[in-house]
Ligand binder design. Sequence first.
Ligand code: DP6
Length: 326
Amino acid sequence: MTANNSASAIAHPNIAFIKYWGNRDEALRIPSNGSISMNLDGLETRTTVEFNPSLSKDALFLNGKKSGVLATERVTALLDRVRSLASITTRARVTSENNFPTGSGIASSASAFAALAIAASAAAGLELDESALSRLARTGSGSASRSVPAGFVEWLPGKSDANSYALSIAPPNHWDLLDLIVIVSQGHKKTGSTGGHRLASTSPLQTARISAAPARLEECRRALLARDFSALAHIVELDSNIMHAVMMTSTPPLFYWKPATLAVIERVTALRAAGLDVCYTIDAGPNVHVITTGASAKRARRELLQVSGVIEVLTARPGGPARIAP
Ligand code: DP6
């Protein structure tokens, strides 16, 4: 390999409207069900990968700080796939920065592994198409598969590495939706997503959740394509509640909510009853993503900031695809 084998990429995190929770193949991250999400514009991870023959092992720097063994091993696993595809053995230096604060409660693994997949494959001289990049990102973090395509995205679960990838079902400008990210806690959670996926099958509710997932996906896709907010609100809240029911009934149980999480849920329910376009969805943490429309966003944000326990509210519009950065 010659010098200058370096590339940078940018990717956005995403919020799932229909959730990924549980794998049929943990090592490859083949999910138990399909999922649908929206990329979050304005929030981004920027990653540079440089393959350098003088390195004896991969090195990872996150927001300027050298990472520990575990985080580096997860990056090395994805780089190994890239090295094998490109028939190289060179080690890499990876630097990655988020423009949103780490510990703000916004999961960064989706944007991180989407940006890593794009930067690493370009730096290795590979020309992968979107579905191959989505599959590669998926092996680092399942939700990262959905941060590769633009806008509103569906991850087709597939049954093997070859057919488990995400594609865009509508561009960012399809619908004037916003995600108001209501921060109620900035602490680190005890059980991250990877550990949580492993527990999903211990819940007696997971089988029911998985068997009805195709119907929820269909309802969500239809609501999105028709820009039908009340149908979207119904299915997004139902799907989030079902996932949290699985989490709470796992062994050991996972309770991600804080009292302020429920206070936000109650406020969102009241605001929708009062005619605002708002609905809630919650990932593996206590913060609440309030999905709203351009017409309702200003008032919704004002009301949410008044809920006791709310620290701040970030705003994100539908985002574009992960891409090579200049
Ligand atoms: C609750 O993609 O973070 O946010 O593959 O182990 O990195 P790993 O898990 P991850 O799981 C996301 C779980 C979720 C729901 C979702 O985003 O679909």
